[in-house]
Design a protein around this ligand. Structure first.
Ligand code: FES
Ligand code: FES
Length: 172
């Protein structure tokens, strides 16, 4: 079994108990993805699987045969930061940085959900094909990513500044 991690094909351990998070951190040395609670409550371990955000601590690696995984290490290209990574620096979106990789991966997946018109718990018009990424929508959709440093204002600012025009297309 194999997965594609940041563009490279890697083997998946045969042990079915290995989480995707432990595969990334312990076996591939990709320590950018953080282990916080290890039980799905903090969002520090968020990665992108085929472009969708996923809590890697709750995912068993063997379930992802053939899938494409992107971690925070895979976002920058040719030494150039992803625009959201740069925005986190510009808008003080972190202090200790422990939650930051998860915040950034989650935000990238979240914006794609908005673009697809997926409603959230605070979306008022559930029959519309479009969703606007308002501050309330953003805070609700990012509520699974905790920041114990309290850098949420900077995090929201960085995401809004980067994706202010994130309007949705047809709902899927
Ligand atoms: S480490 Fe996965 S949600 Fe906290
Ligand atoms: S920056 Fe420290 S936990 Fe978020």
């Amino acid at each position: 079994m194999r997965v594609i991690v940041n563009g490279a094909e890697v083997s998946v351990p045969e042990d079915p108990r290995v989480s995707l998070l432990d595969l990334l951190r312990d076996r591939l040395g990709l320590s950018g993805t953080k282990k916080g609670c290890n039980q799905g409550a903090c969002g520090a371990c968020t990665v992108l699987v085929d472009g969708e955000r996923m809590l890697s601590c709750l995912a068993l690696a063997v379930q992802y045969d053939g899938r494409t995984i992107t971690t925070v290490e895979g976002l920058a290209g040719d030494g150039v930061l992803h625009e959201l990574q740069a925005a986190f620096i510009e808008h003080d979106g972190f202090q200790c940085g422990y939650c930051t990789p998860g915040q950034i991966c989650s935000a990238i997946g979240m914006v794609e959900e908005v673009r697809r018109g997926v409603p959230s718990n605070v979306t008022e018009d559930l029959v519309s094909d479009t969703v606007t990424l308002t501050s309330d929508e953003l805070r609700e959709r990012m509520s699974g990513n905790l920041c114990r440093c309290g850098a949420h204002n900077g995090i929201v600012e960085a995401i809004i500044r980067t994706y202010a025009a994130a309007e949705a297309g047809p709902a899927t």
